[in-house]
Design a protein around this ligand. Structure first.
Ligand SMILES: NC(=O)c1ccc[n+]([C@@H]2O[C@H](COP(=O)([O-])OP(=O)(O)OC[C@H]3O[C@@H](n4cnc5c(N)ncnc54)[C@H](OP(=O)(O)O)[C@@H]3O)[C@@H](O)[C@H]2O)c1
Length: 254
């Protein structure tokens, strides 16, 4: 994906990685549409950043995805990049179903069905563009499991394999599939995560991601250095040590 000159919709960018990436891409000369559920944040973002458009969307709701897609494409017929950023992460204790089942189901709805439905809503339009990109968002946890978040890890592994497969199937189109694989990054994804010293500072993560997009526009996976500890444990042959370190609070193998 080129670093500038795109029209980009980022459902899941009212906060955290999505918002920071949306602002960085806007600053680089892209037209950016920020999406999310929280109307007050959408209003605030539009007021603080002239030129950024906003669209309310709940990616857990198929009707909301359809309505938002129509709004986005009516207002931005040259849209050529979709970044499926929206995601949730919840702790689950699988010893007793009452404590995990609702959480597991809603995690899969948002993290897996959300991107699938978003892709379905935009893929025909994107194929008609001369140069288009779908950026999926998985996680280092797609490649090594954090014990306390089983459904989240599974949802991100699903996104990895969805991305790998769609890349094969859409190889005969103008649409590139790029998978962003964040390591632990300081955001509000989980309570206390913003102050988690073991996680990567958000500004450092975004700077490295923007540098990778700029210097490696044809990359299939966007991997900052810190995610490689989790991403390549199995290939390196130290998977067991990676899983042990991750679950002892060391997500980057320091
Ligand atoms: N931070 C990390 O350590 C980390 C690591 C690996 C991967 N990731 C992934 O990065 C992505 C962004 O997470 P983040 O860390 O930036 O956390 P965050 O600050 O909590 O951001 C999550 C974003 O997703 C949106 N969202 C959640 N559910 C939604 C829904 N049903 N419909 C529309 N938007 C929804 C939220 O907006 P609204 O609440 O306004 O809807 C928010 O903008 C997620 O996919 C996450 O899994 C994060």
């Amino acid at each position: 994906m080129n670093i500038s000159g795109n029209t980009i919709f980022v459902p899941g960018s009212t906060s955290g990685i999505g918002l920071a990436l949306a602002l960085a891409l806007h600053a680089k000369g892209n037209t950016v549409i920020v999406g999310g559920r929280r109307a007050e944040l959408l209003e605030q973002i539009a007021a603080e950043h002239p030129g950024i458009d906003t669209v309310q969307i709940d990616t857990a709701d198929p009707a909301s995805i359809e309505a938002a897609a129509k709004q986005v494409l009516d207002r931005h017929p040259d849209l050529n990049v979709l970044i499926a950023m929206a995601g949730v992460m919840r702790v689950e204790d699988w010893h007793a179903p009452a404590s995990f089942l609702a959480s597991a189901e809603s995690t899969v709805t948002t993290n897996v069905l959300g991107p699938i439905r978003l892709l379905a809503a935009f893929i025909e339009h994107l194929q008609a563009q001369p140069d288009a990109t779908v950026m999926t968002v998985s996680s280092g946890l797609a490649f090594a499991p954090l014990k306390v978040t089983p459904s989240y890890n599974a949802s991100k592994a699903a996104i990895h394999m969805l991305s790998e497969t769609l890349r094969l199937q859409l190889a005969d189109t103008s649409v590139k599939i790029v998978e962003l694989e964040p390591p632990a990054v300081r955001t509000a994804l989980m309570p206390g995560h913003e102050d988690n010293e073991a996680a990567m500072p958000l500004d450092e993560f975004i700077a490295e991601v923007m540098d990778l997009i700029e210097t490696r526009p044809d990359a299939r996976e966007i991997q900052v250095e810190r995610v490689k500890f989790l991403r390549y444990g199995e290939a390196r042959g130290d998977y067991e040590q990676v899983v042990a370190a991750l679950n002892a609070g060391d997500p980057h193998g320091k």
